[in-house]
Design a protein around this ligand. Structure first.
Ligand SMILES: [Zn+2]
Ligand SMILES: [Zn+2]
Length: 193
């Protein structure tokens, strides 16, 4: 099991940060897991493909049934809806709100010198959340974020080059490096946009 799945969605940012992966992604994943594990706390009448399948496959069935009932009800209420209409997903909306709160928290923490210097030295952040953070933190802190991205990217490019050399020597493996690169480029697995 990946360590971040055990992290509470309300875990302090610093705890998420200490794990060597994007802390915003990590807290979003933890929040998403808590939704899927206890869907009765997150009522929904509209779910996207990813979240409907999570509800069907990973939630306790006894909590999934009322949500599927509510989705049937909601679908009856819109018989004339255009096929092209894409209803938004209630859980995606909840995740966006959680993400915005975590981004704001990160931005507030960046004003504390010790936090900012730790982030500058050891921090990891995915490209998407780096862009989001750069928009909301003040200029000097935005520079720190951009430097983290440059450091992360150089490190991952070096690992990719080394992996390529090993693969050409006939060695097997490399999935975890490709996973880290994917997390950096498009956020952690299952983070919907
Ligand atoms: Zn991220
Ligand atoms: Zn969704």
């Amino acid at each position: 099991m990946r360590p971040q799945t055990a992290l509470s969605s309300e875990a302090p940012l610093i705890q998420a940060l200490a794990r060597g992966v994007c802390p915003i992604c990590t807290l979003m994943r933890a929040f998403q897991n808590s939704i899927v594990e206890s869907p009765r706390c997150y009522p929904a009448t509209r779910l996207c493909n990813f979240h409907a399948w999570s509800l069907a496959g990973s939630s306790p069935a006894i909590e999934a049934v009322p949500i599927f009932r509510a989705m049937f009800q909601a679908s009856k209420a819109r018989p004339g809806a255009e096929l092209t209409e894409v209803p938004s997903c209630d859980w995606c909306v909840a995740l966006r709100e959680h993400e915005n709160e975590r981004l704001a928290e990160f931005s507030r923490e960046m004003k504390r010198e010790r936090f900012a210097s730790w982030v500058g030295q050891f921090g990891t952040v995915c490209l998407y959340h780096a862009d989001r953070l750069s928009e909301i933190v003040p200029k000097p802190e935005a520079k720190v974020i951009q430097q983290i991205v440059v450091n992360n990217q150089e490190d991952l490019e070096r690992q990719l080059t080394e992996l390529n050399a090993r693969l050409h020597r006939g060695e097997k493996g490399g999935g975890s490096i490709l996973g880290h690169i994917t997390e950096f480029l498009v956020s952690q697995r299952g983070i919907t946009r």
